[in-house]
Design a protein around this ligand. Structure first.
Ligand code: ADP
Ligand code: ZN
Length: 216
């Protein structure tokens, strides 16, 4: 099953994608992760994307869609989860065309719902390993040793775009651009919604149940 995962920043898309790819043998396509890797490796794509990520704004559609086209073209029949793409209606329309061109099909567009106060506390407390990307939370899930990754001993830091001023911009971008995707996917019958509160296992349970029922 090919899947779109969308929702506000901090809803837990990355965490759930990781569980899904491990347990359901899918391939994760996270545009955010791809941009961050490109920035780390200082590729031309990374140089183009960096300013937008730092500011919490969307990378221009032409760049993002080109990137997704490249990844989807190289899939070789593997099921995939689109995590963080599409993020606005123009990207959703471009995706439809892309899927048609590549003879691929998305079966569900799953919206992960989390209330604003919870999002704010998750984003403010989120810490990530600079080296392996493992995700922690300053209060609810700190690494065993302060600032050191449990998995790889790399440095655990705050993502630059998790700083308070940037979080505000990201949430505004979400409200204006990404939220309208709910109606877009409701209209084409792919939409399912899951509440992203509770432990990641609880949310995963809800997701796997939701994927078994028919979309509406
Ligand atoms: P989050 O969902 O927590 O905001 P992501 O890692 O998905 O974090 O995205 C981080 C940043 O990467 C976004 O703020 C944006 O700058 C860029 N980005 C990711 N996906 C897209 C996309 N589909 N279109 C444009 N920009 C994107
Ligand atoms: Zn690590």
């Amino acid at each position: 099953m090919n899947l779109i995962l969308f929702g506000p920043p901090g809803a837990g898309k990355g965490t759930q994608s990781e569980l899904l790819i491990k347990r359901m043998n899918m391939r994760q396509i996270s545009t955010g992760d791809l941009f961050r890797a490109a920035i780390k490796n200082q590729t031309p794509l990374g140089q183009e994307a960096k300013g937008y990520l730092d500011a919490g704004k969307l990378v221009p559609d032409s760049v993002t869609i080109g990137l997704v086209r490249e990844v989807l073209s190289q899939l070789k029949g593997q099921s995939f989860i689109l995590d963080g793409f599409p993020r606005n209606v123009a990207q959703a329309e471009a995706l439809e065309k892309l899927l048609k061109d590549l003879n691929l099909k998305v079966e569900r567009s799953l919206f992960l719902e989390v209330p604003l106060d919870e999002l704010l506390s998750r984003l403010a407390g989120r810490r990530v390993c600079k080296n392996c990307g493992a995700v922690y939370h300053a209060r609810s899930k700190p690494p065993k040793q302060d600032g050191v990754c449990d998995a790889c001993a790399g440095p655990v830091i705050q993502r630059p775009d998790d700083k308070e001023e940037v979080v505000r911009t990201r949430l505004e971008t979400y409200e204006a651009s990404t939220k309208p995707l709910k109606d877009y996917y409701k209209a084409n019958g792919l939409y399912v919604e899951v509440i992203g509160l509770g432990t990641s296992e609880e949310v995963y349970e809800r997701i796997s149940k939701a994927l078994q029922v028919k979309a509406h």
